[in-house]
Design a protein around this ligand. Structure first.
Ligand code: TXA
Ligand code: MG
Length: 329
């Protein structure tokens, strides 16, 4: 069983020895190792049961370190970095030879992120190397937003979980790449597309990638609970669920009129930030209630609502049952 604690020195010592440590970030918990130690990085893939074609994000303490690991730092990337880092943003930049092909799955680009979580910052500042870290969940499942989520799934495989409390953002970072003069969003996340547009100009959103294995976070089915999820008009859907044990995860309405076995209302006041914070922990909890089906609905498709809809769509994608048009398409 993993020890859960807040000892940054202990986490740093384990990482220096090549061990894996689960770390808190403002988005989701990460499964971290020394990004420059190949054996440690291989261990991440093995513990997560992640295919080697899926590259890892490299986490740095500050913007001043970005040029240590990249060949170019384009002007637009610098602009976004100055405005939004540290924070829930990941930049795809041309890697230099300090970054192995193992980390990037052979791509010439490396994903760079600077987390703002204070405990994570403290840890990164103590280390003489960057941290490679995917979300600390088995491949394809919902990302963890508390230390105990990590413990439940990976507790047997790692010695230490650095506990930074519940994640404040609750959705993974937004991934942005640069082509010529264009900004491309490859994964909607904790920074709204609108915010990136405001700073960097026109953005192309390219998050749907059903066949491209280079970015499985973009695979149609990902972030998925084991219980089937149906998305649409919750009231109508509930009438079709004869005798079934229903769970509901709704945006602001609690649907008390429906006799559900378990329900989560993401944000009664309709606040996207609160809804994002509650989404993964809500899905995870419902997945543990032995339900036959989880009913959910799209949220308004703007700001963080776009990232929430993206995750709902992928959570339900295995069965491709959308009862209302997917606003992401
Ligand atoms: O918020 C986050 O980004 C969290 C925290 C722990 O930092 N990390 C995270 O990592 O979500 P992960 O591995 O679960 O998702 C990273 C996504 C994957 O879909 C991966 O394919 C993509 O980023 N990615 C990583 N490096 C890439 C690269 N060089 N080119 C294209 N996509 C890349
Ligand atoms: Mg992940």
């Amino acid at each position: 069983m993993a020890e859960i604690g807040t000892d940054v020195n202990k986490a740093a010592d384990l990482l220096k020895k090549g061990s894996l440590v689960a770390i808190p970030t403002e988005t989701v918990y990460g499964l971290a190792a020394n990004a420059l130690n190949k054996d440690a990085v291989i261990n991440i893939f093995e513990v997560k049961k992640r295919p080697f074609f899926d590259p890892l994000i490299v986490h740095l303490a500050g913007i001043d370190q970005i040029e240590d690991y990249t060949k170019h730092f384009p002007a637009k990337a610098q602009l976004l970095a100055r405005e939004l880092m540290p924070g829930p943003l990941t930049l795809l930049l041309e890697k230099n030879n300090k970054i192995s092909d193992l980390l990037t799955a052979g791509s010439p680009l490396v994903a760079i992120r600077i987390p703002s979580h204070p405990l994570c910052q403290k840890l990164l500042k103590k280390l003489p190397f960057p941290l490679a870290a995917p979300s600390a969940n088995p491949f394809g499942y919902i990302s963890p937003t508390t230390a105990s989520h990590v413990e439940q799934q990976l507790g047997e495989d790692i010695p230490y979980i650095l506990n930074g409390g519940p994640c404040q953002v609750g959705l993974e970072s937004t991934i942005v790449g640069f082509e010529e003069n264009d900004l491309i969003v490859y994964r909607k996340g904790g920074i709204a597309v609108e915010e990136i547009e405001l700073i960097g100009g026109n953005v192309i959103v390219q998050t749907h990638s059903t066949s491209n294995p280079n970015s499985p976070g973009r695979l149609e089915s990902h972030y998925a609970p084991k219980t089937p999820i149906l998305i649409g008009n919750i009231l109508q859907l509930s009438q079709l669920q004869d005798q079934k044990k229903i769970g509901i995860i709704s945006f602001r309405n609690d649907y008390k009129e429906i006799p559900a076995a378990a329900r989560i209302t993401l944000s009664p006041s309709g606040d996207f930030k609160e809804a994002a914070q509650n989404l993964f922990s809500g899905m995870r909890w419902l997945d543990q209630q032995s339900l036959d089906v989880i009913l959910t609905e799209w949220v308004p498709d703007e700001h963080l609502g776009r990232a929430i809809n993206d995750r709902l769509s992928r959570a339900a994608a295995k069965r491709k049952i959308f009862f209302q048009e997917d606003p992401n398409q």
